[in-house]
Design a binder for this molecule. Structure first.
Ligand code: 6GU
Length: 269
């Protein structure tokens, strides 16, 4: 996969040289390029922003440096496939999810346009549609100063799904959000630490019981911490043990979705 990132703070992306993503680049799995938006300016001051039409606080990123930078990125696309995907990090975008990470992981070419200030002139986003499949994307409902930190998160989430990046691909199966539930709690040695014991079932050697306990913990945690995930969880074709686990936690399955039984308390959280 090729990834291009355009930013006025290219140094912000330095962590992408580290750890699994850095290794993927060394191994030739990920061809990642970071571009300084200012190198696409033509004035003496390398200006990338200006005041907003209509007034208001802050500055807006000028269109021309962006069109120059994105044209260079579009021309660098590998192979002769379709349009590359252009992710525009923004709190006003669609939510970034594990499902979107999987969608992006099969693309040949991704580009990220890191806005700062109040954002990029909207005409750039429209124009870019001629060259890219444009997707404004948000990490969540809070505001960052710019897209760079969001890009670090998204490149890591996508990069680790590329074949050969995570050593043991089974690690990708049993983790939070891979099946719409949060992950079960994990423990390692010692078996007793500061008077706290590891749950006895995990020391039993009974792998069937352990799998059942972990599944129950997934439902319990998701119910406590993320009831919103459980509301949309597909409980239509669950095995008997999973249905029982949900019932013990106070849920009935109605039209294939877990629904909190009348009279059961909100989970503590
Ligand atoms: Cl993707 N960008 C910015 N600037 N702020 C955010 C965000 C992205 N996601 C949440 N807040």
């Amino acid at each position: 996969m090729r990834i291009d990132v355009v930013s006025i703070f290219p140094e912000y992306l330095a962590p992408l040289e580290l750890s699994l993503i850095g290794k993927a680049r060394q191994d030739g799995i990920l061809d990642l390029h970071v571009h300084d938006l200012r190198s696409y300016t033509t004035d003496r001051h390398r200006t990338v922003d200006d005041t907003p039409y209509g007034g208001g606080a802050g500055m807006v990123m000028k269109p021309e440096p962006w069109s120059q930078a994105l044209t260079a990125v579009a021309e660098a696309r590998p192979g002769h496939g379709g349009k590359p995907v252009l992710i525009v990090p923004s709190p006003a975008g669609e939510r970034f999810t594990q499902a979107l990470a999987h969608e992006l992981a099969v693309e040949e070419h991704l580009a990220f346009a890191c806005g700062r200030y109040e954002g990029i002139d909207e005409r750039v986003i429209e124009w870019a549609g001629d060259h890219f499949d444009v997707r404004p994307v948000s990490l969540g409902d809070y505001v960052l100063n710019g897209g760079e930190v969001a890009v670090l998160a998204m490149v890591e989430a996508v990069g680790r799904l590329l074949p050969g990046v995570v050593g043991n691909p089974e690690s990708l199966v049993e983790e939070s959000h891979s099946d719409g539930l949060l992950e079960y709690p994990v423990y390692t040695k010692p078996a007793v630490w500061r008077d706290r014991e590891v749950p006895a079932i995990l020391l039993s050697g009974n792998h069937g019981k352990i799998a059942q306990w972990r599944r129950h913990e997934q439902f319990r945690r998701t119910s406590e911490r993320r009831p919103d995930l459980l509301e949309v969880f597909d409980a239509g074709k669950l095995p008997k043990a999973d249905r029982l686990a949900l019932q013990e936690l106070g849920y009935d399955i109605v039209d294939g979705r877990p629904v909190r039984r009348q009279g059961t308390a909100e989970p503590a959280g």
